[in-house]
Design a protein around this ligand. Structure first.
Ligand code: IPE
Ligand code: IPE
Ligand code: MG
Length: 237
């Protein structure tokens, strides 16, 4: 059992990686790894909700993941739709508010409909905000932000001198949420993979070798305990 966390991060972001390797190690098809990963999602949401984390962002599908074989993409989309359908009652009972970031318009229609339904039904909840990054890319988000700022300038709402980091922030998908305090990546990979490029500027990084389907509540608590041992300096002394 890990140390009890004294200081719970307000916002945790997770790159849920290693589902395919988890399956391969067991001689199973990759999709079984994604299926097993769904249980880790359930547990992470429940744990964050109970620990008093305010925001949890889960990287579930990247812009680049569209380049995987069609069968895997289709399976992931079906799994997402099923997960939302099955887990929305639990989300509601835990007072969780569901949100999504990314190019949601690119998701298959039935998946997008279920997502919007789940988001709408949880809109009044004020416990944990669960943000699913779907068809999400940090570079794409920044480009969309630049276009949005450009439109505001062209429409005469702002002028160039008003463009500050805070102003730009308000044009991003994540404008309603604070930046992540802690970013966790599973499966041992030490890269960002186009996740929240702007928002992770001063987040603490924690990498575990465990694959996502093996990530349990005690692993989350260990990451939070490690976060508490960090000294966030923000460039100061
Ligand atoms: C993470 O697991 C899930 C998604 C990216 C959708 P992977 O599918 O990337 O699994 P590995 O990294 O190949 O093991
Ligand atoms: C990052 O994992 C994306 C998600 C977890 C959704 P990937 O498996 O796609 O990243 P790379 O290819 O290892 O960088
Ligand atoms: Mg991967």
């Amino acid at each position: 059992m890990s140390d009890k966390a004294e200081n719970v991060p307000e916002h945790i972001a997770i790159i849920m990686d290693g589902n395919g390797r988890w399956a391969k190690e067991r001689g199973l098809p990759r999709v079984q790894g994604h299926r097993a990963g769904a249980e880790s999602v359930r547990e992470a949401v429940a744990a964050c909700s109970e620990l008093g984390v305010k925001y949890l962002t889960l990287y579930a599908f990247s812009s680049e993941n569209w380049n995987r074989p069609k069968a895997e993409v289709d399976a992931l989309m079906k799994l997402l739709e099923r997960f939302l359908k099955d887990k929305t009652p639990e989300i509601l009972s835990k007072n969780v508010r569901l949100q999504a970031i990314g190019r949601i318009d690119l998701l298959p229609e039935s998946c997008r409909k279920q997502l919007n339904k789940s988001i709408e039904s949880s809109a009044e909840n004020d416990g944990l905000t669960l943000i699913l990054a779907l068809s999400y890319g940090g570079r794409e988000e920044i480009i969309d932000g630049v276009k949005s700022v450009l439109r505001a300038v062209q429409d005469g709402h702002i002028d160039e001198a008003m463009i500050t980091p805070e102003l730009f922030d308000s044009h991003l998908y994540t404008r309603y949420f604070p930046d992540p305090d802690l970013m966790i990546r599973t499966s041992g990979e030490m890269r960002i993979s186009n996740f929240l490029l702007w928002q992770l500027s001063y987040s603490e990084f924690y990498v575990t070798r465990k694959n996502w389907p093996d990530f349990r509540r005690n692993d989350l608590e260990e990451a939070i305990a490690e976060y508490n041992r960090r000294h966030r300096r923000y460039g100061k002394l």
